[in-house]
Write a protein that binds this ligand. Structure first.
Ligand SMILES: [Zn+2]
Length: 136
């Protein structure tokens, strides 16, 4: 099991790969699976800002590209250079709700190492999920 310091260091290393020439706002993320394996992500911007992708979604989608089951993600870790630990945007919260269980852990850091933790359902209560379409 990774320590919080290890999680932060993995996210900080991922952050170094961020492609953020426009905002200069670099973000690193890590999704940790139930077997303690992990996949990293960083934000990737584009001159067409609307198709910029956040670190959190890159980590989740990247894990799918690697053949991992995103429903086995037990924790998402995120770090950015912010006064308080950074917080995922609404789009990322919705993607987390698509794949992660309501009691998944969300660990948020800033680069100084300040940390807060939430359960996913605290970050996106009453979210829209597949059962809302009558599929379950
Ligand atoms: Zn986001």
């Amino acid at each position: 099991m990774l320590s919080n310091e290890e999680k932060l260091n993995i996210a900080l290393k991922a952050r170094l790969n961020a492609y953020a020439p426009y905002s200069k706002f670099k973000v690193g993320a890590v999704v940790i699976f139930d077997d303690d394996s992990y996949v990293v992500g960083c934000n990737t911007e584009c001159a067409s800002f609307g198709i910029t992708q956040c670190a959190e979604r890159n980590a989740i989608y990247g894990s799918i590209c690697l053949g991992k089951d995103p429903r086995k993600i037990k924790e998402l870790v995120c770090v950015a250079d912010t006064p308080k630990p950074t917080s995922p945007c609404g789009a990322c919260r919705q993607v987390m709700a698509e794949f992660m269980s309501k009691d998944s852990l969300i660990t948020l850091f800033n680069i100084k190492g300040d940390m807060v933790q939430y359960k996913l359902e605290e970050l996106i209560p009453y979210c829209f999920v597949d059962s809302d379409m009558g599929n379950n």
